[in-house]
Design a binder for this molecule. Structure first.
Ligand code: SF4
Length: 352
């Protein structure tokens, strides 16, 4: 990065991982959710974090995790954020989406994205590490679809909901099936997003990189304009298809210098990550002024260790190597212990 003068004083988008609780066990999980303590705050503390975040006047707060719908009093958190005039976008695996959450949560969100990592039960459940998860996800999408149809029938603007797929080698050859077999089941669905897995969290493990992270060639093929057009042509009319490889969010100095502004990422305990996709925090929203935390984050991006680790990154393997170095360097002793205790990734096979 040639300087931080181009970075706005506050982030436009904030990702708040409200809990590390999750019913699934995805092999690529960036946050290792479900395998670590939830780090979830008390309800009162969550309200304080919500207030701190909205004080930054972001355009959007994305609620993620873990599984955000596992937070019992999430409706009140959503009310607090939207009541301050900030849009909420919800990311969910769909496992925990119950009918009573439609009015109390979904109806108040600017958009809801359900993650589906395979277009068949076999692929999805294999990647997500839990039998039955595809069926639960389809049930969640049906709930959203029925709600959107009901809203339309009442003359209201229907909820915007979409399907978000993280692409790994196991699913790479099946993407067209999302367009032809999955999305047509839900006439009210308007967005289909494909994003290559990043070498972050569990997906940075060397064996995962070896077996499941897309190769550079696959990443290039994924974002080739003609492939995007092909996927778009297969999707039902009215569905907007997007394809991303996320190599632009590496915090590589030259990419930052081009004006790419990463989002702020908040861990469940209220601590703010210096860099959204890497370990290492700069303080807590329960203790420190939010704008000061953002300023500390921005300062991290040009620290010599970060620049030295990321400037030479050109390949997916380079990126994974840099991510592991940064995570270990900036992680706490607790983070390092967790990283060292990660199980070796075993290739995904239906018999596992
Ligand atoms: S659903 Fe999301 S948070 Fe849960 S294990 Fe999978 S990737 Fe991690």
């Amino acid at each position: 990065m040639t300087g931080t003068q181009a970075v706005p004083e506050c982030p436009s988008d904030i990702v708040w991982d409200v809990t590390y609780t999750c019913p699934l066990r995805c092999s690529h999980c960036y946050t290792e959710s479900g395998r670590r303590p939830s780090k979830q705050l008390s309800h009162e503390e969550m309200l304080r974090v919500a207030d701190a975040l909205t004080s930054l006047r972001p355009a959007t707060i994305l609620l993620a995790g873990g599984e955000p719908l596992a937070v019992r009093r999430l409706p009140e958190i959503v009310d607090r954020i939207t009541g301050a005039g900030v849009d909420v976008v919800l990311y969910t695996s769909g496992w925990s989406l119950r009918p009573e959450l439609i009015e109390s949560v979904v109806a108040k969100c600017a958009a809801v994205y359900v993650s589906v990592d395979g277009p068949t039960a076999a692929t999805h459940d294999l990647i997500r590490g839990r039998a039955g998860s595809f069926d639960r996800t389809m049930a969640a999408l049906r709930l959203l679809d029925e709600y959107a149809a009901d809203q339309r029938a009442r003359g209201a603007t229907p909820v915007e909901f979409g399907l978000d797929a993280t692409v790994v080698r196991t699913s790479f050859d099946q993407l067209e099936l999302f367009c032809t077999d999955v999305v047509p089941r839900f006439p009210g669905l308007t967005r289909l997003s494909f994003g290559a897995a990043m070498p972050i969290g569990l997906a940075s493990r060397p064996e995962f990189v070896e077996h499941e992270l897309l190769t550079d060639e696959q990443s290039d093929a994924l974002i080739a304009p003609e492939y995007g057009r092909r996927l778009q042509s297969l999707a039902p009319p009215g569905v907007q298809v997007s394809v991303r490889d996320y190599r632009g969010v590496q915090y590589r100095p030259d990419l930052l210098a081009q004006g790419l502004i990463p989002s702020m990422e908040v861990e469940p305990d209220g601590r703010v990550r210096a860099m959204a996709i890497y370990e290492g925090t700069v303080g807590s929203l329960l203790e420190d002024p939010p704008a000061e935390l953002w300023a500390r984050s921005v300062a991290r991006w040009s620290e010599p260790f970060v620049v030295e680790a990321l400037a030479p990154v050109r390949t997916m393997r380079d990126w994974a190597e840099a991510a592991r170095r940064i995570d270990y360097h900036y992680g706490t002793a607790e983070d390092r212990a967790r990283i060292e205790a990660r199980p070796v990734f075993l290739p995904l096979t239906p018999s596992r």
